[in-house]
Ligand binder design. Structure first.
Ligand SMILES: C[S@@+](CC[C@H](N)C(=O)[O-])C[C@H]1O[C@@H](n2cnc3c(N)ncnc32)[C@H](O)[C@@H]1O
Length: 361
């Protein structure tokens, strides 16, 4: 083989390998996003690094996070930074679910979502609320399963555009609608929904009563609301430095103003007027570990990390993407430790009912 043939062969193999690495290996499970399309959401690409630094500055001033009015903006920044990476590396549903033997991650995710709508006992054609809907993975599974009209709300404008595009592509836009807004002051009339659910979203509310009372307001009397809450469990010990480190790690890597104890949830629900129908930690055995997907995803994480570094270096991904990816990588470790030690659950389920109006005599 002469030198020219050798150079051409090596170049072709190199180009083919790069194409495979970027487009085939590095694509999302559901092809929701490709690595070459990673962005900073609604943040202009030249400001991604700055916004990432700004996000971390919140944790250097914990008092700022305690100010409830600052939290939605801080959560919005977080979702601008992570939405594309979540879609690319995880899929269109931004939540966990117990592993189910013989089922893929996608199937287990869908079963977990369908269970939420089955619990609220709604009929086809009724209108239900998805409080904190992300890019709408759960919304589409729930609309297709129940035949309900689902209205999602998210604080993040970029997620609204992603969710709408996915709804259209899935042929479910006649059942699914998405609005940009704050679930602490929703742009909906009183008593206009036949049911509501929230999946791993209300943990972002500085005060749980603020979001629960809004959901209570928009529900029709007699209807049901189910939430999968992120909580510390009965095994969490505030005096154990390792426990504290894990919980702080989860809060920082997931834009949480402060994780709540499992024991506070029902109390808050009752305080805003709900009757508590059922409460159960869906992560408890015999449920299989929800964090196994994170553990098994470590190799994929490293592959993706190399890819993100290459893309940022050659200017395809915005500057700051590597930092965001690394933050999520570290957070995955804290989440896994939270799951393994049993001190944290992302699926403490609470089913609540808005009481019927008293009959007028
Ligand atoms: C972890 S994601 C879960 C998304 C979705 N439930 C899912 O499982 O795919 C949390 C969601 O809550 C939304 N969120 C957080 N705080 C919010 C607020 N104050 N108002 C509206 N949405 C909010 C975020 O924008 C994000 O869409």
């Amino acid at each position: 083989m002469d030198t020219l043939t050798l150079v051409c062969t090596v170049s072709l193999l190199g180009a083919g390998g790069l194409y495979w690495f970027v487009f085939i290996l590095g694509s999302a499970e559901q092809k929701g996003k490709r690595a070459v399309k990673l962005s900073g959401g609604s943040i202009e690409r030249e400001h991604v690094q700055e916004e990432y630094n700004q996000y971390w500055s919140f944790f250097r001033k914990p008092k700022e996070i305690e100010k409830a009015e600052n939290v939605p903006a801080f959560v919005d920044t977080f979702y601008n930074l992570v939405t594309d990476i979540y879609e690319w590396g995880w899929g269109q549903s931004f939540h966990f679910s117990p592993a189910i033997p013989g089922k893929s991650n996608l199937e287990s995710t869908k079963i977990h979502e369908q269970m939420a709508v089955d619990l609220i006992n709604v009929k086809p054609g009724q209108k239900i609320l998805d409080a904190g809907c992300g890019v709408g993975g759960p919304m589409r599974a729930i609309a297709a399963h129940s035949g309900c009209n689902v209205v999602g709300i998210t604080i993040n404008e970029y997620q609204v555009s992603r969710a709408k595009a996915h709804n259209k592509k899935a042929g479910l836009d006649h059942l699914c609608d998405v609005v940009c807004g704050n679930f602490l002051e929703m742009p909906f009339e009183d008593e206009c929904f036949d049911g509501a659910y929230s999946i791993e979203a209300t943990c972002h509310a500085p005060k749980l009563e603020d979001v629960y009372s809004e959901i209570f307001r928009v529900l029709k009397p007699g209807s049901l609301y189910v939430s999968y809450e992120w909580v510390t469990t009965e095994l969490y010990r505030g005096e154990d430095p390792e426990h504290v480190e894990v919980i702080h790690g989860i809060e920082r890597g997931d834009a949480l103003p402060g994780l709540r104890s499992y024991s506070d949830i029902a109390e808050v629900a009752k305080k805003v007027g709900f009757e508590v129908v059922k409460e159960k930690d869906l992560a408890k055995p015999p449920a299989r570990p929800w964090w196994s997907r994170l553990k098994m995803g470590r190799i994929a994480y490293w592959r993706n990390h190399i890819l993100v570094m290459v893309l940022e270096t050659i200017g395809i991904a915005p500057k700051g993407t590597v930092d965001v990816h690394e933050m999520l990588f570290k957070t995955a470790d804290y989440l896994t430790r939270g799951g393994e030690t049993g001190i944290f659950s992302p699926m403490h389920m609470i089913l609540c009912k808005k009481p019927e109006k008293p009959q007028e005599s």
